[in-house]
Ligand binder design. Structure first.
Ligand code: C2O
Ligand code: CU
Length: 456
């Protein structure tokens, strides 16, 4: 934004602007889906692994034959994958080569406040910063992304997002598909102008070009055996309703890692920032079969069964029990809404926009709380709710039992128009200030965020 202009210039809520997005005219399934490279540590020792990533402006080939300006972790569109192990600490060192402040949040991470990537705790241009992740949590599909207040939506949209996978000590013995058969897939939406540049300041509803690992409607060759896919919805404002044309997907994990037991499904609902680990058994299909992963009826990605393969992996009946939560000592309401009375929309939590100098409430370390998260808008807009620091259990929706997509440990939950969701979390150890917010990042960037302080 220019000096003096509000950071939300051009952002619209519940109002459509003239269409500026050009639907990227790409022949579906003409490019192969890449798998983001796993980053090698810069150094390793008894204290853990150190990784270094520059944050840079770069170009990437998202549309075939076109270079698009992006922001990159390490230079690509979508950062490298970090593979961590439960119990082994990681230090991430980021160097900011952009001319704007950035920071990095480990989404779903249970980390000290100083390493959380608080929205006001920034890496200035030319600066660098280390984040320490103890990985004292269950194995899970996490992701890292920018969280610089007011600019997180644009930064993430332009490419500052990547996978951070923690492997649990319990996982190897389960013999789930692993190695090359364990594939993270980042799904998101985007809009391009006639020159192939990403349009951010437009109507999010126009972001109708779907990407899988940074390519438009790619194909992915697979062997006739089981695969584990770690699906992430990295779209800023999107609910994906995914299907494989009626073919079974076995859901094995959620935001917080493995479910107690596998759940076979034919549809997966994934709102912004949610993850689903699934196993698909291509061994049930002859070589030559093509299976299309679609959002409703819109194709996103095609799996081509191209070869036979040995398969000694399995999906055991029992995966990982849910942790038990103590009885809750505190109940709170957290209501997300918009104030549309001025010339620009303002996001609100419990009636107030985010104020970094205000602590909305204090949480006593060691306590368990129930939060009733409410979509208080009357304009028919979705929200997804994300809590930093703690992963939670979804108790109910509008007083009724949770939905299939609420199973397992969660850190992000879809709250549809008019809906409410009760979640329960325990605040075990770390102290300090952490935010909670709507993960429709355009909403958090204009104020739909609150701040808690965990105290001793
Ligand atoms: Cu995915 Cu507060 O972030
Ligand atoms: Cu929202």
């Amino acid at each position: 934004a220019q000096q003096g202009e509000p950071p939300h210039r051009g952002y619209h809520v519940g109002r459509r602007t003239a269409a500026t997005a050009v639907r990227a005219d790409v022949t579906p399934f003409s490019v192969r889906m890449p798998v983001p490279p796993v980053l090698r540590p810069a150094s390793s020792g008894p204290a853990g692994d150190v990784y270094r990533i520059p944050v840079r402006a770069a170009t990437a080939e998202i549309l075939p034959g076109v270079r698009t300006q992006v922001l990159g972790y390490g230079g690509g569109f979508g950062g490298p994958t970090i593979r961590a192990r439960a119990g082994r600490p990681v230090r991430m060192v980021y160097e900011n080569t952009l001319d704007a402040p950035v920071n990095v949040h480990l989404h779903g991470g249970h980390v000290p406040a100083a390493s959380d990537g608080h929205p006001m705790d920034l890496i200035q241009p030319g600066g660098s910063r280390a984040y320490d992740y103890p990985n004292t949590q269950r194995g899970a599909t996490l992701w890292y992304h920018d969280h610089s207040h007011g600019t997180e939506a644009e930064h993430v949209y332009r490419g500052l997002h990547g996978f951070y996978l923690i492997e649990g000590e319990d996982e190897a013995a389960l013999r789930l598909p692993a190695g090359p058969y364990d594939v993270p897939i980042m799904l998101r939406d985007s809009a391009f102008d006639a020159n192939g540049e990403l349009i951010f300041f437009g109507d999010p509803a126009e972001r109708s070009t779907f990407l899988a690992n940074g390519k438009v409607q790619p194909y992915f060759p697979v062997a006739a055996r089981k695969y584990r896919f770690r699906l992430l919805n990295a779209g800023n404002e999107r609910v994906f309703r995914l299907n494989l044309g009626g073919v079974e997907m076995i859901r094995i994990g959620s935001d917080g890692g493995l479910l107690p037991a596998p759940v076979p499904v034919t549809e997966l609902v994934l709102a912004s920032a949610e993850r689903a680990d699934i196993v698909v058994d291509f061994g049930r299909h002859p070589v030559g079969t093509r299976l299309v992963l679609s959002d409703g009826t819109t194709p996103v990605l095609r799996f081509d069964v191209v070869a036979q393969a040995r398969d000694t992996s399995r999906v055991p009946d029992r995966l990982r029990p849910m942790p038990s939560f103590p009885a809750a000592a505190v109940e709170r309401d957290v209501a997300m809404s918009f104030d549309l009375s001025g010339s620009f929309p303002v996001g609100l939590v419990n009636g107030r926009p985010y104020d970094p100098d205000r602590v909305d409430f204090q949480v006593k370390r060691g306590t368990t709380e129930i939060w009733r998260v409410i979509n208080a808008d009357t304009i028919g807009i979705d929200h997804t709710f994300h809590m930093h620091l703690a992963q939670f259990e979804v108790l109910d929706r509008d007083g009724a039992p949770p939905l299939p997509q609420d199973a397992g440990l969660k850190d992000t939950v879809h709250v549809p128009p008019g809906g409410s969701v009760r979640v329960r979390a325990t605040f075990t150890d770390h102290l300090g200030r952490y935010v909670y917010h709507c993960h429709y990042l355009e909403h958090s960037s204009i104020g739909m965020m609150g701040q808690m302080e965990v105290i001793a």
